[in-house]
Design a protein around this ligand. Structure first.
Ligand code: C2E
Ligand code: MG
Ligand code: MG
Ligand code: MG
Length: 289
């Protein structure tokens, strides 16, 4: 069998194709069946008021419960799903599931008015059917439009044609909130902020990372902090909410609050967790479970 093994090795050995490439295509090939078999799950991460610690929203973050590889994070398959086009179908599933979970929380805890925030990939936002897909997720689940927020990166907003997507106005007309994800890391064409009905800016992790109230590791010129300060002022001048992403320490949370940032998200406020744990946190009055 040594010979067979040797032959097998030759069959897969191709200097043009690395082992990582092969693993990538195997993963990509498995995506459609995984969707049909219901192997995707949503985890939710709290988005918390920096003023009083109330959980105001949760971000839906997709994971793949792979039968052999275990729980796989989106950074390993969202790009593949975009390349193959499956993102449109996967994204529609995410939207519907997130709206269904949020409607369940709303029925149990209407006074919490918990918003669910869903990521839209560029290719998904550019899909002609996106407005219909979102409208359908809302009507099928009964979730009020104002309890759904859609997150798009700056490049997704600008679309493949380099023009702000027209569908965004129609989405806003449905009554859903629009947020710019990872704000400050794309090639910002700030003109879209004048023209589009955006509700929220999410400040990208790398800026937040540079903020440390203890002063221990702060770069001498406080550059990240000054950028956050300026972006919060910009957002507020335009009457937009600001969410700081990747808040990992109490010191960061305190500093962000001093900078008038409205909400925070990150390990300090709670990691992404299954839907049941969000319900438990609502039952506990919104404080960390
Ligand atoms: P994102 O939208 O910027 O989501 C925030 C990411 O930061 C999440 O990674 C989250 O787990 C991670 N994070 C949470 N707390 C902390 C923290 O304290 N520090 C740091 N450094 N990071 C933290 P995750 O879940 O691996 O998702 C990665 C990206 O995958 C997301 O980035 C989003 O762009 C994409 N993604 C996730 N779910 C979906 C989805 O349903 N549809 C689409 N199109 N993209 C998705
Ligand atoms: Mg996001
Ligand atoms: Mg982000
Ligand atoms: Mg990201």
């Amino acid at each position: 069998w040594a010979k067979a093994e040797g032959r097998g090795r030759w069959a897969v050995y191709d200097p043009e194709r690395s082992a990582a490439d092969i693993a990538r295509s195997a993963l990509a090939a498995g995506l459609p069946a995984a969707l049909d078999r219901g192997e995707f799950v949503l985890h939710y991460q709290p988005i918390v008021s920096l003023l009083d610690g109330t959980m105001l929203a949760v971000e839906a973050l997709v994971r793949w419960q792979h039968p052999e590889l275990g729980l796989i994070g989106p950074d390993r398959f969202i790009g593949l799903a975009e390349e193959t086009g499956l993102i449109v179908r996967l994204g529609a599933w995410v939207l519907r599931q997130a709206c269904r979970d949020a409607e369940g929380w709303r029925r149990a805890y209407p006074e919490a008015r918990l918003v669910v925030s869903v990521n839209l990939a560029a290719r998904q936002a550019d899909d002609p059917a996106i407005v219909e897909t979102v409208a359908e997720a809302l009507t099928r689940t009964g979730l009020p439009a104002e309890l759904l927020q859609l997150e798009l990166t700056e490049s997704a907003v600008m679309g493949t044609a380099g023009e702000p997507l027209r569908s965004l106005r129609e989405l806003a007309d449905l009554g859903v909130r629009l947020a710019i994800d990872d704000f400050g890391t794309g090639y910002s064409n700030l003109a879209y902020l004048r023209r589009l009905p955006i509700h929220c800016l999410k400040l990208a992790g790398p800026f937040v990372e540079g903020i440390r109230a203890d002063g221990a590791d702060v770069a001498a010129d406080h550059r990240d902090e000054r950028i956050v300060d300026a972006l919060v002022r910009l957002a507020h001048a335009l009457e937009l909410w600001v969410t700081a992403e990747a808040v990992e320490t109490e010191a960061q949370a305190e500093r962000l609050r001093a900078l008038r940032c409205d909400t925070g998200q990150g390990r300090w406020f709670g990691a992404p967790v299954p839907a049941a744990q969000i319900r438990a946190r609502l039952a506990g009055g919104g404080e960390p479970a």
